[in-house]
Design a protein around this ligand. Structure first.
Ligand code: SAH
Length: 386
C-alpha cells in the first residue's frame, strides 16, 4: 500500500528488516538493534530523535523512510474513562482501538483487521463487513498511540513502569486503592476488530515486538489473543518461542448451536478447537479462557450451562461470560441478571472457574462486539478461511 510520501514506514519492521537496512547503509549490525529500541521501546516519533545514531545514518534513514503511526481521527470518551480511538489508514480504511483504565491495571484492546469476515451473528464488526488485513505498523501503531497519549513520550529508558517498583514501595491494597496512572501495568488484548489468526503473519510480527523486553515489553501473561480457533494458525502460534495468553470464543455448548451463531463452526469443529486450546502452552502455567457471550433466551439457559459443563468437563481453563452488548443492528437481547446468576452457579458447582465481564465504554459503542466499519466504507467479499 502506497504511503502519502511514497516512502516505506520504519515503524513495524522487525529485526531482520532493520538489519537489512543497516547492511544496505554499510553500517554494523548493532545499528539495527539501536533503531529497534528507538522504535518500540522508546517509541520515538522521528528519526531525528535517535540520537545515538550518527548524523549520516539519521539523514540516510529519513531520506528513504517514513516513521509514522496511524492517524487518529476521533477519540470517544466514555463516562467510565474508556476512550475509543478511531484511526484512518492510508487507503481510507478505519479501525478502532479501546483504552480501558481500571483500578489496578490499564488495558488496550487492538484490532488486527479492518472489519471482520467471520460474521458471528451477534457481533457488530461482523455484521458491518470485512475490508482487509492490517499490516504490522498498523497493529503496533494502535498500541504506541494509546501508550503515548496516556503516559506521554519516552522518559528515560524504562518501558515497563511496574518493574522499577521495589516491593517495599508497593502500596498495600488497604492503604492505597490504586496505583497512580503511570505506574499501572499495561495489558494488551487482541480483541478488537477482526480475527487475528486469519491475519497470522502480520499479527505474529506485532506480537513479537509487543512481548520483546527490548520492544514494548508487555509481559506474555498480560497479552491475550482472542480467537474463534482457526486451527492451522493456532497450531503455528503454539510453535512460537514466546506466546501470549489465549482466549477462545466459544459462545455455545454444542456444535448445532455454535453453527447457528458462528458460521466458522462449519470449518473448525468446537471439539477440535477445545482439544487444540488444551494443548496450548499458556504463559506461567495459566489456563486458557473460554469466552461465552450470553444471548437472552438463546444460549443462557440452565440446559446450556449444563451442556457447557459436559463440553469442558475435566478441561483446564476458565469461562468468561460476556453479557451481550447491544446495538440497534444486533438482533439479540442481553441475558437477565437471574439467568447470568444461574449460569454462573451451575458452572461454579461443577468447579469451573467463571467470571462475568463488566462492559466498558458501552455509551460510546466501545464494548466487545460494538466496534465496526464506519458508514460509507465498502465491505469486500470475505476471504476463505485458511
Ligand atoms: N475474532 C476474535 C477477536 C474478537 S474478540 C474472536 O472472535 O475471538 C471480541 C470478543 O467479543 C469475542 O469473544 C466476541 O465473540 C465478543 N463479542 C462479539 N460481539 C459481542 C457483543 N455484541 N457483545 C458481547 N461480546 C461480543
Amino acid at each position: 500500500m502506497q504511503s502519502p510520501s511514497g516512502k516505506p514506514n520504519l515503524f513495524g519492521l522487525d529485526r531482520a528488516a532493520l538489519g537489512a537496512i543497516a547492511a544496505g547503509l554499510g553500517e554494523p549490525a548493532y545499528r539495527a538493534e539501536q533503531i529497534y529500541l528507538w522504535l518500540y521501546r522508546r517509541r520515538a516519533r522521528t528519526v531525528a530523535e535517535m540520537t545515538d545514531l550518527t548524523k549520516g545514518v539519521r539523514e540516510a534513514l529519513a531520506a528513504t523512510h517514513d516513521l509514522r503511526w496511524p492517524e487518529v481521527v476521533e477519540r470517544g470518551h466514555s463516562r467510565d474513562g474508556t476512550i475509543k480511538y478511531l484511526f484512518r489508514l492510508d487507503d481510507g480504511a478505519t479501525i478502532e482501538s479501546v483504552y480501558i483504565p481500571e483500578d489496578r491495571r490499564r488495558t488496550i484492546c487492538i484490532s488486527t483487521q479492518a472489519g471482520c469476515p467471520l460474521k458471528c451473528v451477534f457481533c457488530l464488526t461482523g455484521i458491518s463487513g470485512y475490508k482487509r488485513n492490517l499490516v504490522p505498523w498498523e497493529i503496533l501503531g494502535q498500541v504506541a498511540t494509546v501508550m503515548h497519549e496516556t503516559e506521554g513520550g519516552f522518559r528515560g529508558g524504562r518501558s515497563q513502569p511496574s518493574r522499577r517498583w521495589p516491593q517495599r514501595e508497593r502500596p498495600s491494597r488497604s492503604r492505597v486503592s490504586a496505583p497512580p496512572e503511570r505506574r499501572k501495568a499495561w495489558n494488551v488484548v487482541v480483541m478488537g476488530m477482526g480475527e487475528p489468526l486469519l491475519n497470522y503473519d502480520n499479527t505474529v510480527v506485532a506480537l513479537r515486538a509487543l512481548m520483546d523486553p527490548d520492544g514494548f515489553a508487555v509481559a506474555p501473561k498480560k497479552l491475550t489473543l482472542s480467537t474463534v480457533g482457526i486451527l492451522p494458525a493456532l497450531e503455528k502460534l503454539m510453535q512460537e518461542p514466546v506466546r501470549p495468553n489465549l482466549a477462545i470464543s466459544l459462545h455455545a455448548p454444542t456444535k448445532a448451536l455454535r453453527r447457528e451463531l458462528m458460521p466458522i463452526e462449519e470449518r473448525y469443529d468446537i471439539q477440535d478447537v477445545i482439544a487444540a486450546a488444551q494443548r496450548y502452552p499458556i504463559p506461567h502455567g495459566g489456563a486458557v479462557t473460554y469466552e461465552y457471550v450470553l444471548l437472552g433466551g438463546v444460549n443462557d439457559q440452565p440446559t446450556h450451562a449444563r451442556a457447557l459443563v459436559r463440553l469442558l468437563g475435566g478441561s483446564r481453563g476458565k469461562v468468561n461470560l460476556i453479557p451481550l452488548n447491544q446495538a440497534p443492528e444486533i438482533p439479540f437481547a442481553p441475558p437477565s441478571p437471574e439467568a447470568i446468576d444461574e449460569f454462573c452457579r451451575i458452572l461454579s458447582e461443577a468447579r469451573i472457574t467463571v467470571s462475568v465481564r463488566r462492559p466498558r465504554g458501552q455509551d460510546i459503542l466501545a464494548a466487545c462486539g460494538q466496534l465496526h466499519l464506519k458508514r460509507g466504507e465498502v465491505p469486500v467479499p470475505a476471504p476463505v478461511a485458511s
